[in-house]
Design a protein around this ligand. Structure first.
Ligand code: ATP
Ligand code: MG
Length: 324
């Protein structure tokens, strides 16, 4: 229940006796999928402000300053699972507030087969639509936004953006796509996506967040290279969150990125928390005036400064009633 209740609505049932367990177990029945899932990490009701990470935040601020001054920037946050990449980025987003347009897109471990998923998500976020929004609504919003961004150049981009989003091309613009071969169409889609982001960034600096980019699909990598190249002089910050695996698509294009962005390529490698910070995190989460030293040292030793492990160990203590 504790592992999955962020995703599903569940109803608690009468506790039952289970073979091999002395205590009765409380089962839950799944009654549906949560509309808006709760965050998957963290212990519900327990919260800690971000601890440590001051140096990392300095780098984040310097990347933000660069984009706020109108430069293209690439910021990569690298770290093992659970070290706090997503959390650090959450804090960065708070820092940005309304100063930037923030568009997120995810990549998935189970190799989502839809090409360009991460960038489709970023565009959909801008349009305020989701994967399951009815087509007529997506068409309406795309028309409205392209008009707002491109004015009388709308027809140059609208047909290809419609194709990219897999929605109907407006009737009067069909001739723009009818006679092109696959390759030319793809190029027009790439050009239009780039133009779309470029226009957005002209009004307000744009942050394109690529969550878990270590799982990015090969088609998105192609488009990403095109965007990195074409948007390096716009106020766009590419924010890449990645685990350190070397075989990832991002790793393969790193030298390409560094060549274009030079000192506007900023990299942060998250390390485990220092003992003093880990200590602080444990106390923040528990808010107990006194905490058995022995438990404290067990958590510190076993977690090796990984905040996710700290939370998980505390979880397990709660599960076996050592902590309530
Ligand atoms: N510096 C920190 N201070 C307080 N809490 C933290 C800190 N870093 C991480 N956490 C907490 O630890 C948990 C794990 O962090 P997070 O999900 O950000 O890790 P991650 O590096 O993104 O992992 P993954 O690679 O699996 O996505 C979260 O609940 C987060 O709030
Ligand atoms: Mg994460």
């Amino acid at each position: 229940y504790k592992k999955t209740n962020y995703l599903f609505e569940m109803r608690g049932l009468e506790s039952v006796k289970v073979k091999g367990k002395t205590k009765r177990i409380k089962p839950y029945r799944v009654i549906g999928i949560k509309g808006i899932p709760k965050h998957k990490r963290g212990i519900s009701e327990l919260y800690s402000p971000l601890v440590g990470r001051e140096k990392e935040f300095e780098k984040i601020k310097s990347a933000l300053n660069k984009v706020l001054q109108g430069n293209g920037v690439v910021l990569t946050l690298i770290g093992e699972a659970g070290l706090g990449k997503s959390r650090t980025i959450e804090e960065m987003r708070k820092e940005c507030g309304e100063k930037t347009v923030w568009l997120s897109g995810r990549s998935f471990s189970y190799g989502r087969t839809i090409p360009f998923w991460v960038i489709l998500e970023q565009i959909r976020t801008y349009l305020g639509v989701g994967e399951f929004t009815p087509e007529f609504e997506v068409i309406k919003r795309l028309k409205r936004e392209t008009k707002r961004l491109f004015g009388d150049r709308t027809d140059e981009y609208l047909p290809y953006l419609s194709l990219f989003l897999s929605i109907k091309v407006p009737k009067n613009l069909e001739k723009k796509v009818k006679y092109l071969d696959c390759e030319s169409l793809r190029l027009q889609e790439f050009v239009s996506v780039k133009a779309f982001f470029k226009e957005i960034a002209q009004n307000r600096p744009l942050i394109l967040y690529f969550e878990d980019i270590h799982w990015i699909d090969p088609e998105s990598i192609e488009l990403l290279k095109f965007l990195l190249d074409g948007l390096s002089d716009s106020a766009v910050l590419f924010l890449f969150e990645t685990r350190p695996e070397k075989e990832t698509g991002l790793y393969n294009i790193k030298s390409y990125i560094q060549k274009i962005y030079k000192n506007r390529y900023i990299e942060i490698r998250l390390k485990p928390l220092k003992i003093s910070d880990a200590n602080r995190l444990i106390h923040n989460l528990l808010r107990l005036p006194s905490f058995p030293r022995i438990l404290l040292s067990v958590i510190l030793e076993k977690s090796e400064g990984n905040p996710f492990y700290i939370e998980e160990i505390m979880h397990s203590f709660i599960d076996v009633d050592i902590l309530k």
